[in-house]
Design a protein around this ligand. Structure first.
Ligand SMILES: *[C@@H]1O[C@H](CO)[C@@H](O)[C@H](O)[C@H]1NC(C)=O
Ligand SMILES: *[C@@H]1O[C@H](CO)[C@@H](O)[C@H](O)[C@H]1NC(C)=O
Ligand SMILES: *[C@@H]1O[C@H](CO)[C@@H](O)[C@H](O)[C@H]1NC(C)=O
Length: 437
């Protein structure tokens, strides 16, 4: 870590010299340089940190458990993780025992890797001691019992105690699908603390996977920028956005990924885009990074699936690209499930010098939070709304670049564009404590 910082410091000095030479004075934002926004305070203040209220906030667990909660986890790795974390909070709220979930059979990933293939189950159980009871398997009387599923995602404005507790007390084993929209504001602090502890402290990759991820990390020259470039066919189809300048191959792939939701057209399409709903194209992402003075020689780790469209629009500008496929080789990756591959991207992203996301999805939310936990370097979610409204108001070229610089450099200073979960608080400004993983 220390060595990384030294290297980063040396590199930033070089970059500073280079940028002072190549950038006209007028393109500096009131004296703020590339170097300052990207490499300031590598060891000092940070924008967010873990809130102190959940640091070791344990609460005597009730003598008896009200039953077993199983969290039904679906979707990609980080969506499953999000639901699982919510489920831990619910289990604690209901004084129940948590069963480690299955991470499998998900339609999107076609994956069969379970929770323990990704996360260190024993470490999880150990780290949750005093927060919530966790078991790996149901005890015999319940193991073969048919279980009741309560889909909380389908319920609006409900209360877990009202909706789930009576069923739990009667059946003793309940599967819940947590409601992502359900606010946990009303939870007692000790239930919230369990959720924070589970999500941000107790989930660590199994050693085997972490070693592989570390191999990827070690192969990328530092300092590097990890870019989560979300521009895959399913993403674009889901966004219902249209793009005017894509290749025929991209348009076909997007068309094939569409379900019954047609893209918006006309003024609806424009207002949708101006609300920041449309993922940036790789070309647009490269434009914004350039506007933010990220040198085109910067090593960039592309944290993306294999379906990324229009990649050359990005790599034309930033050719120094690293991906797990090229580093590990196709054979090594072939043996890995989708969840494991997603875990590799997640790990590299968390430990990168700079993390930039072009969209704010489940992975980005998790990575941004973990970077706040670790006190890692700069983290930025590109502002799609500012980009769209600037283009729509007629800005282009140097003017657009200047606008992007203004919009993003201020948020890079304040961290204000990072919506973090309620386990995190704005930093009080003191120097961070040494944080190891
Ligand atoms: C859980 O246990 C605590 C005491 O530890 C109690 O105050 C609370 O009412 C219990 N909640 C439920 C839902 O059983
Ligand atoms: C997913 O699994 C189903 C059934 O096993 C199979 O028909 C389908 O081709 C698979 N899809 C992908 C993308 O691998
Ligand atoms: C459209 O795409 C072409 C080729 O990819 C590129 O040269 C051109 O600059 C793009 N035009 C706009 C307006 O983005």
């Amino acid at each position: 870590m220390k060595r990384g910082l030294l290297v980063a410091g040396f590199f930033s000095l070089l970059v500073l010299i280079a940028s002072l030479r190549s950038l006209p004075r007028s393109r500096m934002l009131s004296g703020v340089s590339y170097n300052q926004i990207w490499w300031s305070d590598p060891s000092g203040r940070r924008d967010f940190e873990q809130c102190s209220w959940w640091n070791d906030l344990q609460h005597a667990l009730p003598g008896v458990s009200n039953g077993y909660i199983i969290v039904d986890c679906n979707g990609g790795l980080n969506q499953m993780r999000r639901d699982f974390c919510d489920g831990v909070g619910v289990a604690r709220l209901l004084n129940a025992t948590l069963l480690l979930p299955q991470f499998e059979g998900t339609p999107y990933w076609n994956d069969s890797s379970g929770f323990s293939d990704i996360f260190d189950a024993d470490f999880f159980i150990e780290t949750m001691k005093g927060y919530v009871r966790v078991v790996k398997e149901l005890p015999p009387p319940y193991a073969s019992k048919k279980t009741v599923l309560i889909d909380c995602q389908k319920k609006k404005l409900f209360d877990y105690v009202e909706a789930v507790l009576p069923v739990l007390l009667k059946e003793k084993v309940v599967i819940i699908r947590p409601a992502a929209s359900q606010r946990s504001d009303r939870y007692p602090l000790w239930a919230k603390a369990s959720r924070c502890q589970a999500c941000y402290k107790a989930l660590r990759l199994v050693q085997r996977l972490e070693n592989t991820a570390q191999t990827v990390l070690d192969a990328i020259p530092r300092p590097f920028l990890a870019l989560h470039l979300r521009f895959e066919p399913d993403m674009i189809a889901y966004s219902r956005c249209t793009y005017s300048n894509l290749s025929k191959a991209s348009l076909d792939a997007i068309e094939a990924a569409r379900d019954n939701k047609a893209p918006f057209t006309g003024s609806l399409a424009e207002s949708w885009r101006n609300r920041g709903k449309c993922p940036l194209t790789p070309g647009e992402a490269a434009f914004v990074l350039q506007a933010l003075r990220v040198p085109t020689t910067m090593p960039i780790y592309l944290a993306s699936g294999s379906g990324l469209l229009e990649e050359t629009a990005f790599s034309r500008v930033y050719p120094n690209i690293y991906r797990k496929l090229a580093i590990l080789g196709a054979d090594a990756l072939k043996g890995l499930h989708g969840n494991s591959k997603a875990a590799l991207d997640y790990y590299v992203a968390v430990h990168s010098d700079i993390y930039v996301a072009t969209y704010f999805g489940n992975m980005d939310k998790m990575v941004v939070a973990m970077r706040a936990m670790h006190g890692s370097g700069k983290t930025l979610v590109l502002n799609r709304q500012a980009f769209a409204t600037s283009v729509s108001s007629g800005l282009s070229g140097a003017e657009l670049a200047q606008r992007m610089w203004e919009v993003h450099s201020s948020s890079l200073f304040t961290g204000r564009n990072l919506p973090l979960p309620d386990c995190f608080c704005r930093s009080t400004g003191r120097t961070r404590t040494k944080n190891s993983d």
